[in-house]
Each structure stands twice: as C-alpha cells, then as structure tokens.
Design a protein around this ligand. Structure first.
Ligand code: SAM
Length: 111
C-alpha cells in the first residue's frame, strides 16, 4: 500500500518534472531578485561550500559560484537537474530527494 506522503511526493515530482522547461520563463523573474539577499544572509563568500537543496534550474548555485563559492545543487527532478547542468556545466548537480532519510544518505555520500 502506498502511504499518503508517498502519494504527495509522487504528485509533486510529476508536477516539477512537467513544469521544468517552463520554470525559467514563469518563475525566474520572481526568484532571482532574492538571491543576493539569500547569499548574503547565509554569508556565502569565496571558498564557501554549500548544498543547495531543491535547486531547480540552479540560479542560486550560479550566483554563489560567481562569488567564488563551491555549490552543489540537489533536486529530485531529473528534468530540473538536466536543465541546471545545461545552464551551468561547471557546477555539480545531483538528482536526489530532500526528505530526511534520503537527504542523510546523500550527505553521507558527499562527506
Ligand atoms: C519553487 S522550485 C525552487 C527552485 C530553486 N530553489 C529556485 O529558487 O529557483 C522548487 C524545487 O524543489 C524541488 N523539490 C521539491 N520537493 C523536493 C524533494 N523532496 N527533494 C528534492 N527536490 C525537491 C522541485 O523539483 C523544484 O525544482
């Protein structure tokens, strides 16, 4: 039997997979203006290593990299990861789940 959280997870994943190509035109104008404040609040600077969980097309990673930081983007949508890699071939992007158990496995893999 599939649990309610799993049904929700599959619903979310299907949605992000299908919207990925349109995310840039629909959302980038809303998201990008906040990125400098986000990076400043997180004190991201040259040499900072950061894991961007639910990175989408990788805007935050791109901006962090411009500051000289070393980001890794993580997203459960293979489409988002494909687009992020295409936009930023020099940045590392991983397909992975942010839910606690799965994220712990990814963090152990990275350490
Ligand atoms: C609103 S978008 C934000 C993307 C990016 N952080 C930005 O600011 O442009 C939400 C992202 O979260 C991802 N996401 C949602 N649930 C996730 C999960 N359980 N694990 C990993 N990524 C997830 C989606 O695939 C989508 O790319």
């Amino acid at each position: 039997m599939i649990s309610t959280p799993d049904i929700f997870h599959q619903f979310e994943l299907k949605g992000w997979q299908s919207i990925a190509e349109r995310y840039d035109s629909a959302w980038s104008g809303l998201v990008r203006p906040f990125i400098p404040s986000l990076l400043s609040a997180a004190r991201v600077a040259s040499g900072t290593r950061l894991l961007d969980v639910a990175c989408g097309p990788g805007y935050v990673d791109e901006a962090a990299s411009t500051l000289g930081a070393i980001p890794i983007g993580l997203d459960f949508s293979s489409e988002m990861i494909r687009i992020a890699k295409k936009r930023n071939p020099l940045i590392e992007f991983l397909e992975g789940d942010a839910r606690p158990c799965a994220l712990m496995k990814t963090l152990l893999m990275l350490s």
